[in-house]
Design a protein around this ligand. Structure first.
Ligand code: PEP
Length: 248
């Protein structure tokens, strides 16, 4: 049986004071939560997350990493550095990284490999734009993004990874995929992995991300192939984030 995972993606938000308030709010209500919970914070706040969350039920991670292990890569952060701060997870291939920072499928696959080599669990994001959905190529796009990682790392690598299906048109827009739309893509992803390794497919956590809120979380999270959520905006509010966690 897969254990659901709800992860917050804080994006480029927060300050020491705001994070303190948010983390103490989430910690205060985490007792009754049954799902796995993580927060992916901006790099400068990893030490704060580690200090505040060590020993709690909440794991922490980052939102990006370098594909390189070390060297002359000014401004970059390696997987080993994330490991130094106790990260369990790192988001890889978020659509904002793909669209705004030019990360190709090949670079995303290298980042995925670098994360796993350091013992981090990558949360691999895949998803189509509105234009791609309307063009009827959602499965083609999501399949291509997934295949790039499988080609580099092998299907067995997915046994130590989390997938996040995030339709780009639903991220930060207030438009959520309907439970049926999301379930259809989740089922497609699982079937594609099943074609290569049934055991890996069965255990694979596939999160949904895209304007998940307390009001739509339980319907999305009750779909058979939706195993949690990657939460942007609602993860910045302790009560909303906890309500989503409780819906899981
Ligand atoms: C995200 O950034 O991964 C995300 C899903 O954002 P939001 O929940 O704000 O749509």
């Amino acid at each position: 049986m897969r254990r659901k995972l709800v992860a917050g993606n804080w994006k480029m938000h927060g300050s020491l004071a705001e994070n303190e308030a948010l983390l103490s709010g989430v910690l205060a209500g985490i007792g009754e939560v049954k799902v796995g919970v993580a927060v992916c914070v901006p790099f400068p706040y990893l030490a704060q997350a580690q200090a505040r969350l060590a020993g709690s039920k909440i794991a922490w991670g980052a939102q990006n990493l370098s594909q390189h292990a070390k060297g002359a890569f000014t401004g970059e952060v390696s997987a080993a550095m994330l490991k130094d701060f106790g990260c369990a997870y790192v988001i890889v291939g978020h659509s904002e990284r793909r669209a705004l920072f030019g990360e190709s499928d090949a670079v995303v696959a290298e980042k995925f490999a670098a994360a796993q080599a350091a013992g981090l669990t990558p949360i691999l994001c895949v998803g189509e734009t509105l234009e791609e959905r309307e063009g009827g190529i959602t499965e083609q796009v999501v399949g291509r993004q997934l295949d790039a990682v499988i080609a580099k790392c092998g299907v067995s690598a997915l046994a130590k990874a989390v997938l996040a299906y995030e339709p780009v048109w639903a991220i930060g827009t207030g438009k959520t995929a309907t439970p049926e739309q999301a379930q259809a893509v989740h089922a497609f992803i699982r079937a594609r992995v099943r074609g290569l390794d049934a055991g890996v497919a069965k255990g694979l956590i596939i999160q949904y991300g895209g304007s998940m809120k307390p009001g739509n979380a339980s319907e999305l999270l009750s779909q058979p192939d939706i195993d949690g959520g990657l939460i942007g905006g609602a993860a910045l509010n302790a009560e909303e984030f906890l309500a989503i966690c409780r819906a899981g």
